[in-house]
Design a protein around this ligand. Structure first.
Ligand code: ZN
Length: 318
């Protein structure tokens, strides 16, 4: 009798143990799924916060980083799971992780926008008596642009309101030298002093400190010497050329050809269009904007926080 009772008690114990094991096996995947989802949401939140601070042009590398972060957290969770759970429950957990991973990838691909096409519209040689009209068109079209202004025009008081307005309306103003003279800038080595003077003027007028300049006539051949490029680096100045030359300044009364030049020059997912504050350019602007809209480009303004090098000298320091 006693033996039988003992046997019976043992069986009940075993059965209880089994029930506890089954419950554990069922709970473990649920727990880990919750943990992983929570973790990837936390990562999302971090990245979204970052995005708000450098709102413009969500860069591809940031998106990649995001995916890496998420995959990282999944991978860590994965190895934790392998260490801590047993046989059949591991399978279930892994299945749910791969499902999660897939969802995370989908989420990331909609957020990182690696295939987003962007265009920077840039206008040189201002401010001018056309600046306000350029700003009107840009405002109507809800487009932000990048201006490279010239010191000899910035000092004209009657133009300074337009310069302030451009900054207020979200456009970027970089420097385009004081004199615009090839000989002075490049032969007499006045590039850095002139750019510093122009940048100081922009700061004085707008209250914004800029570091980006566009070399008159482009960096080739002006900035060929490494010595002058070292000076630029030391002065904490960045240099931008362009990817598309609209040739607008040569096309007086021919806005259609300007639009055509921009269209035929467009062949990459990131374009920087060189234009000037000219009447024919003003006339072409709505057509240029319409073209990029049709092609699915997003209009972006230069952002110092997301600088990328774009100079014909291919100097990554600039
Ligand atoms: Zn110019």
């Amino acid at each position: 009798m006693r033996l039988q009772q003992d046997e019976y008690a043992k069986r009940i114990k075993k059965r209880r143990l089994r029930i506890v094991m089954i419950i554990l096996v069922m709970l473990v995947p649920t727990f880990f799924t919750g943990f992983i989802v929570g973790k990837s949401y936390a990562n999302n939140e971090k990245i979204i916060k970052q995005d708000v601070t450098d709102k413009v042009e969500p860069s591809i590398s940031q998106g990649k980083e995001q995916t890496n972060l998420m995959e990282d957290s999944l991978e860590h969770a994965n190895s934790d799971v392998n260490n801590n759970t047993q046989q059949n429950s591991t399978e279930k957990v892994e299945a749910s992780i791969s499902q999660d991973k897939e969802q995370t990838k989908k989420q990331a691909s909609t957020e990182e926008k690696p295939l987003e096409k962007v265009v920077y519209l840039t206008f040189d040689d201002g401010p001018s008596n056309l600046t306000d009209q350029f700003l009107d068109v840009l405002h109507q079209q809800d487009v932000k642009a990048t201006f490279f202004m010239q010191g000899s025009n910035l000092i004209k008081e009657q133009l300074q309101e337009s310069v302030k307005r451009a900054t207020t309306e979200g456009h970027y103003i970089g420097a385009h030298s004081m004199t615009h003279e090839f000989k002075t800038l490049y032969k007499e080595n006045q590039f850095v002093p002139e750019m510093n003077e122009t940048l100081a003027l922009i700061h004085e007028i707008t209250g914004s400190k800029s570091h980006l300049v566009r070399p008159p006539y482009g960096s080739a051949p002006g900035l060929k010497s490494e010595q002058i490029r070292n000076q630029i680096v030391d002065a904490d100045i960045k240099v931008w050329d362009w990817t598309i030359d609209s040739n607008d300044w040569t096309l007086k009364d021919n806005p259609a050809q300007i639009i055509e030049n921009v269209k035929s020059g467009t062949n990459s997912d990131r374009e920087v269009v060189l234009m000037h504050e000219k009447p024919q350019t003003l006339a072409a602007l709505p057509g240029i904007i319409a073209f990029y809209r049709e092609q699915g480009y997003k209009f972006v303004v230069y952002d110092e926080a997301n600088h990328f090098d774009l100079n014909f000298q291919k100097d990554p320091r600039l």
